[in-house]
Design a protein around this ligand. Structure first.
Ligand SMILES: Nc1ncnc2c1ncn2[C@@H]1O[C@H](COP(=O)(O)OP(=O)(O)OP(=O)(O)O)[C@@H](O)[C@H]1O
Length: 213
């Protein structure tokens, strides 16, 4: 199996306090959906930020397709994030001043694709996720569950090689959760490594593997 993303010997602390992660290693394969579980406050979201190149560890490496990303400069890490990663934040983190459609399109702005093509892909995703919204709705007008699925659309539209999702089914009923799980497996079947932080046992059971933090 191809190792898409690897953590090697990661140590991380926010301040002088005890380390949240200490010499932590794991591999995430192309085609695989991995659940990360563990008690609240253990550092699961932090791990996703490290894997997603938003934080730098005190020591250790994150490797994307075998390339060490730690020593790269900020703009190179940002470029990798924009082109290779999709991220679903725990609170969806939609921009309230822009429409749902523009929130989803945000990550595709610099890809040199025609707007018409990007819009039709976004609309396909909105439909697939069963969000049931006018595309000119603003995030203030959507429910928590709709916001989560919109955030997933935004993460998927760039066809990421790595999809990192923090509690993506936290606000969802079982039918909507199902759609989200299917979408994550679809992305894995396109060759992505998918890492999902969750407390939801139903979601864990539908992942290929579980890592306990
Ligand atoms: N920016 C920050 N600065 C300082 N401490 C932080 C920061 N972000 C998180 N922490 C602390 O780090 C610890 C781990 O937080 P994190 O959100 O990674 O845990 P988690 O396992 O995802 O928790 P939950 O399951 O409740 O979402 C917590 O004690 C939290 O208070």
């Amino acid at each position: 199996m191809t190792v898409r993303l690897a953590a090697r010997d990661l140590t991380f602390r926010y301040d002088a306090s005890t380390a949240l992660l200490e010499h932590w290693s794991a591999e995430f394969h192309a085609g695989e959906v991995v659940a990360v579980t563990g008690p609240s406050g253990r550092g699961k979201s932090t791990l996703l930020y490290l894997l997603g190149l938003m934080l730098r560890p005190a020591s250790g490496q994150v490797l994307l397709d075998g390339h060490a990303m730690q020593a790269r400069r900020d703009h190179e890490r940002a470029a990798a994030r924009a082109t290779q990663f999709g991220f679903v934040f725990q609170d969806a983190a939609l921009d309230p001043s822009r429409t749902v459609l523009d929130n989803i399109l945000e990550t595709t702005l610099y890809r040199g694709e025609r707007r018409r093509d990007r819009v039709s892909r976004a609309e396909g995703l909105i439909e697939q996720m069963g969000v049931g919204l006018r595309r000119d709705a603003k995030p203030g007008q959507v429910s928590g569950g709709q916001a989560q699925r919109i955030a997933l659309c935004r993460a998927l539209i760039g066809n990421p090689r790595v999809l990192l999702a923090d509690e993506p089914t936290g606000n969802l009923d079982p039918a909507s959760s199902d759609v989200v799980v299917e979408a994550m497996h679809d992305q894995a079947s396109r060759g992505a490594a998918v890492v999902v932080v969750t407390h939801d046992p139903v979601l864990v059971a539908r992942c290929d593997r579980k890592l306990e933090l």
